[in-house]
Design a protein around this ligand. Structure first.
Ligand code: PEP
Length: 265
Protein backbone atom coordinates (compact mmCIF):
# COMPACT_ATOMS: atom_id res chain seq x y z
CA UNK A 1 0.00 0.00 0.00
CA UNK A 2 1.65 3.28 -1.05
CA UNK A 3 0.56 6.41 0.73
CA UNK A 4 1.23 9.77 -0.92
CA UNK A 5 3.85 11.71 1.01
CA UNK A 6 2.52 14.72 2.87
CA UNK A 7 4.49 17.78 3.96
CA UNK A 8 2.68 20.14 6.31
CA UNK A 9 3.86 23.65 7.17
CA UNK A 10 2.70 25.01 10.52
CA UNK A 11 3.24 28.76 10.28
CA UNK A 12 1.85 29.35 13.77
CA UNK A 13 1.34 33.10 14.41
CA UNK A 14 3.64 34.27 11.60
CA UNK A 15 3.08 36.18 8.34
CA UNK A 16 0.70 38.98 7.46
CA UNK A 17 -1.34 38.55 4.27
CA UNK A 18 1.32 40.38 2.23
CA UNK A 19 4.11 38.16 3.58
CA UNK A 20 2.03 35.00 3.04
CA UNK A 21 1.55 35.85 -0.64
CA UNK A 22 5.24 36.67 -1.05
CA UNK A 23 6.05 33.27 0.48
CA UNK A 24 3.71 31.48 -1.95
CA UNK A 25 5.17 33.23 -4.99
CA UNK A 26 8.71 32.28 -4.01
CA UNK A 27 7.82 28.79 -2.80
CA UNK A 28 6.06 27.70 -5.98
CA UNK A 29 9.17 28.55 -7.99
CA UNK A 30 11.35 26.51 -5.63
CA UNK A 31 9.20 23.44 -5.17
CA UNK A 32 8.57 22.72 -8.87
CA UNK A 33 6.46 19.73 -9.84
CA UNK A 34 6.93 17.69 -6.70
CA UNK A 35 4.67 14.64 -6.53
CA UNK A 36 4.16 15.16 -2.80
CA UNK A 37 1.09 16.75 -1.30
CA UNK A 38 1.89 20.01 0.47
CA UNK A 39 -0.30 21.69 3.06
CA UNK A 40 0.26 25.24 4.30
CA UNK A 41 -1.40 25.67 7.71
CA UNK A 42 -1.55 29.43 7.86
CA UNK A 43 -3.13 31.97 10.20
CA UNK A 44 -6.87 32.35 9.51
CA UNK A 45 -6.25 35.87 8.19
CA UNK A 46 -4.09 34.65 5.28
CA UNK A 47 -6.32 31.80 4.11
CA UNK A 48 -8.65 33.80 1.90
CA UNK A 49 -5.90 35.59 -0.04
CA UNK A 50 -3.90 32.37 -0.49
CA UNK A 51 -7.03 30.51 -1.64
CA UNK A 52 -7.58 33.22 -4.27
CA UNK A 53 -3.94 33.04 -5.47
CA UNK A 54 -3.95 29.24 -5.71
CA UNK A 55 -7.31 29.09 -7.53
CA UNK A 56 -6.18 31.77 -9.96
CA UNK A 57 -2.99 29.90 -10.82
CA UNK A 58 -4.72 26.52 -11.11
CA UNK A 59 -7.26 27.99 -13.55
CA UNK A 60 -4.65 29.80 -15.63
CA UNK A 61 -2.43 26.75 -16.13
CA UNK A 62 -4.97 23.92 -16.29
CA UNK A 63 -5.12 23.76 -20.09
CA UNK A 64 -1.39 24.21 -20.53
CA UNK A 65 -0.62 21.23 -18.25
CA UNK A 66 2.03 23.29 -16.47
CA UNK A 67 2.85 23.27 -12.79
CA UNK A 68 -0.26 24.76 -11.28
CA UNK A 69 -0.02 24.51 -7.49
CA UNK A 70 -2.71 21.83 -7.59
CA UNK A 71 -0.79 19.84 -5.03
CA UNK A 72 -0.56 22.80 -2.64
CA UNK A 73 -3.44 22.67 -0.18
CA UNK A 74 -4.38 24.99 2.62
CA UNK A 75 -4.99 24.18 6.25
CA UNK A 76 -6.12 26.11 9.31
CA UNK A 77 -4.47 25.78 12.71
CA UNK A 78 -7.66 25.50 14.75
CA UNK A 79 -11.45 25.63 14.68
CA UNK A 80 -14.25 25.96 17.22
CA UNK A 81 -16.38 22.82 17.44
CA UNK A 82 -19.83 24.46 17.11
CA UNK A 83 -21.83 25.07 13.95
CA UNK A 84 -22.53 28.76 14.63
CA UNK A 85 -23.70 31.03 17.44
CA UNK A 86 -22.61 33.50 20.07
CA UNK A 87 -18.93 32.52 20.30
CA UNK A 88 -17.14 35.84 19.96
CA UNK A 89 -13.78 35.54 18.27
CA UNK A 90 -14.13 31.92 17.17
CA UNK A 91 -14.11 30.34 13.70
CA UNK A 92 -16.58 27.56 12.80
CA UNK A 93 -15.73 24.34 10.92
CA UNK A 94 -17.73 25.50 7.88
CA UNK A 95 -15.90 28.85 7.82
CA UNK A 96 -12.62 26.91 7.64
CA UNK A 97 -13.97 24.50 5.03
CA UNK A 98 -14.84 27.39 2.69
CA UNK A 99 -11.12 28.18 2.44
CA UNK A 100 -9.12 25.10 3.43
CA UNK A 101 -8.97 21.30 3.18
CA UNK A 102 -7.07 20.51 6.37
CA UNK A 103 -7.04 21.65 9.98
CA UNK A 104 -4.50 21.09 12.75
CA UNK A 105 -6.12 19.72 15.89
CA UNK A 106 -4.60 19.30 19.34
CA UNK A 107 -1.20 20.90 18.78
CA UNK A 108 0.82 20.82 22.00
CA UNK A 109 0.97 24.65 22.05
CA UNK A 110 -2.83 24.77 22.13
CA UNK A 111 -2.88 22.30 24.98
CA UNK A 112 -0.20 24.12 26.94
CA UNK A 113 -1.07 27.77 26.29
CA UNK A 114 -4.82 27.52 25.73
CA UNK A 115 -5.55 24.59 28.06
CA UNK A 116 -7.26 22.40 25.49
CA UNK A 117 -8.46 19.18 27.06
CA UNK A 118 -8.76 15.72 25.53
CA UNK A 119 -12.55 16.18 25.37
CA UNK A 120 -12.23 19.44 23.42
CA UNK A 121 -9.78 17.84 21.01
CA UNK A 122 -12.22 14.97 20.45
CA UNK A 123 -15.06 17.44 19.74
CA UNK A 124 -12.87 19.35 17.28
CA UNK A 125 -12.02 16.14 15.40
CA UNK A 126 -15.68 15.21 15.10
CA UNK A 127 -16.56 18.77 14.01
CA UNK A 128 -13.85 18.73 11.33
CA UNK A 129 -15.07 15.39 9.95
CA UNK A 130 -18.67 16.60 9.93
CA UNK A 131 -17.90 19.30 7.34
CA UNK A 132 -15.40 17.22 5.33
CA UNK A 133 -12.18 18.76 6.62
CA UNK A 134 -9.18 16.48 7.05
CA UNK A 135 -7.91 16.81 10.62
CA UNK A 136 -4.19 16.63 11.28
CA UNK A 137 -4.29 15.31 14.82
CA UNK A 138 -1.14 16.09 16.80
CA UNK A 139 -0.11 13.50 19.35
CA UNK A 140 2.63 14.08 21.84
CA UNK A 141 4.00 12.44 24.90
CA UNK A 142 5.52 14.48 27.70
CA UNK A 143 8.34 12.19 28.69
CA UNK A 144 9.35 12.94 32.22
CA UNK A 145 9.95 9.47 33.63
CA UNK A 146 13.21 7.69 34.33
CA UNK A 147 15.04 6.46 31.21
CA UNK A 148 14.10 2.79 31.62
CA UNK A 149 10.43 3.69 31.91
CA UNK A 150 10.35 6.05 28.95
CA UNK A 151 9.34 3.61 26.20
CA UNK A 152 6.53 1.92 28.07
CA UNK A 153 5.32 5.27 29.39
CA UNK A 154 5.28 6.88 25.93
CA UNK A 155 3.32 4.04 24.38
CA UNK A 156 0.88 3.88 27.26
CA UNK A 157 0.30 7.65 27.11
CA UNK A 158 -0.18 7.60 23.34
CA UNK A 159 -2.60 4.70 23.56
CA UNK A 160 -4.73 6.59 26.08
CA UNK A 161 -4.55 9.87 24.13
CA UNK A 162 -5.43 8.25 20.86
CA UNK A 163 -8.37 6.31 22.30
CA UNK A 164 -9.86 9.38 23.96
CA UNK A 165 -9.49 11.45 20.78
CA UNK A 166 -10.65 9.07 18.07
CA UNK A 167 -13.24 6.84 19.75
CA UNK A 168 -16.54 7.48 17.98
CA UNK A 169 -15.04 8.82 14.74
CA UNK A 170 -16.60 7.39 11.57
CA UNK A 171 -14.88 6.83 8.26
CA UNK A 172 -17.90 5.49 6.36
CA UNK A 173 -18.40 8.63 4.25
CA UNK A 174 -14.79 8.70 3.07
CA UNK A 175 -13.49 10.83 5.96
CA UNK A 176 -9.72 10.94 6.31
CA UNK A 177 -7.41 11.46 9.24
CA UNK A 178 -3.76 12.45 9.40
CA UNK A 179 -1.82 11.95 12.63
CA UNK A 180 1.39 13.78 13.47
CA UNK A 181 3.55 12.46 16.27
CA UNK A 182 5.47 15.32 17.85
CA UNK A 183 7.55 14.60 20.96
CA UNK A 184 7.32 17.73 23.12
CA UNK A 185 11.08 17.80 23.68
CA UNK A 186 11.63 18.16 19.92
CA UNK A 187 9.16 20.94 19.09
CA UNK A 188 10.97 24.20 18.42
CA UNK A 189 14.07 23.09 20.33
CA UNK A 190 16.48 22.00 17.60
CA UNK A 191 16.55 18.53 19.23
CA UNK A 192 15.12 16.40 16.45
CA UNK A 193 14.22 12.91 17.69
CA UNK A 194 15.95 9.65 16.80
CA UNK A 195 14.40 8.51 13.48
CA UNK A 196 14.43 4.81 14.47
CA UNK A 197 12.62 5.62 17.70
CA UNK A 198 10.05 7.67 15.75
CA UNK A 199 9.53 4.78 13.31
CA UNK A 200 8.91 2.46 16.28
CA UNK A 201 6.34 4.79 17.82
CA UNK A 202 4.61 5.58 14.56
CA UNK A 203 4.34 1.86 13.85
CA UNK A 204 2.78 1.51 17.30
CA UNK A 205 0.23 4.24 16.39
CA UNK A 206 -0.61 2.38 13.18
CA UNK A 207 -1.23 -0.80 15.17
CA UNK A 208 -3.54 1.15 17.49
CA UNK A 209 -5.50 2.40 14.45
CA UNK A 210 -5.77 -1.17 13.24
CA UNK A 211 -7.26 -2.27 16.55
CA UNK A 212 -9.64 0.68 16.67
CA UNK A 213 -10.78 0.99 13.03
CA UNK A 214 -9.47 -2.04 11.13
CA UNK A 215 -6.74 -2.69 8.61
CA UNK A 216 -8.01 -0.41 5.80
CA UNK A 217 -7.98 2.76 7.91
CA UNK A 218 -4.67 1.75 9.49
CA UNK A 219 -3.10 1.23 6.06
CA UNK A 220 -4.42 4.45 4.49
CA UNK A 221 -4.03 6.93 7.35
CA UNK A 222 -0.95 9.09 6.86
CA UNK A 223 1.30 9.30 9.89
CA UNK A 224 3.78 12.17 10.16
CA UNK A 225 6.70 13.15 12.32
CA UNK A 226 7.10 16.70 13.61
CA UNK A 227 9.82 18.31 15.72
CA UNK A 228 12.83 20.40 14.59
CA UNK A 229 12.76 19.04 11.04
CA UNK A 230 15.18 20.78 8.65
CA UNK A 231 16.40 19.85 5.17
CA UNK A 232 19.50 18.19 6.66
CA UNK A 233 17.53 15.65 8.73
CA UNK A 234 14.27 15.28 6.75
CA UNK A 235 15.39 12.26 4.72
CA UNK A 236 16.19 10.28 7.85
CA UNK A 237 12.47 10.33 8.71
CA UNK A 238 11.00 10.11 5.21
CA UNK A 239 12.97 6.91 4.51
CA UNK A 240 11.32 5.08 7.44
CA UNK A 241 8.62 2.64 6.29
CA UNK A 242 5.77 3.94 8.45
CA UNK A 243 6.51 7.68 8.23
CA UNK A 244 4.40 9.24 5.49
CA UNK A 245 5.49 12.83 5.81
CA UNK A 246 6.55 15.68 8.04
CA UNK A 247 4.97 18.47 10.06
CA UNK A 248 7.36 21.40 9.94
CA UNK A 249 7.26 24.51 12.13
CA UNK A 250 10.17 26.99 12.06
CA UNK A 251 11.78 25.65 8.89
CA UNK A 252 8.51 26.08 6.96
CA UNK A 253 8.76 29.87 7.29
CA UNK A 254 11.65 29.93 4.83
CA UNK A 255 10.36 29.11 1.31
CA UNK A 256 13.75 27.81 0.11
CA UNK A 257 14.28 25.60 3.15
CA UNK A 258 10.73 24.19 3.11
CA UNK A 259 11.11 23.41 -0.61
CA UNK A 260 14.42 21.63 0.12
CA UNK A 261 12.68 19.52 2.79
CA UNK A 262 10.02 18.46 0.29
CA UNK A 263 12.63 17.59 -2.32
CA UNK A 264 14.42 15.06 -0.08
CA UNK A 265 11.95 12.28 -0.89
C1 PEP B 1 5.45 22.26 15.39
O1 PEP B 1 5.31 23.16 16.21
O2 PEP B 1 4.46 21.62 14.96
C2 PEP B 1 6.79 21.97 14.91
C3 PEP B 1 7.02 20.84 14.31
O3 PEP B 1 7.73 22.95 15.15
P1 PEP B 1 9.32 22.90 14.79
O4 PEP B 1 9.45 22.28 13.42
O5 PEP B 1 9.73 24.31 14.82
O6 PEP B 1 9.95 22.06 15.84
Amino acid sequence: MTRKKLFVANWKMHFTVVKAIQFLQKFREQVGNSSAEIVLCTPFTALSALRYEINKKVKATREKGEFSMQHIRLGAQNLYPKTEGAYTGEISPMMVKELADYVLIGHSERRKLFHETDAVIHDKLVAAHTVGLIPILCLCAVVSQKKELVNAFTEHKLEIQLKSFVTGLHFDAGQQLVIAYEPVASIGTGNAADPNEIQRIIHFIRRQLDQQFGSKIAATTRLLYGGSVISKNAKLYIDQPDIDGLLVGSASLDADEFARIIQVQ
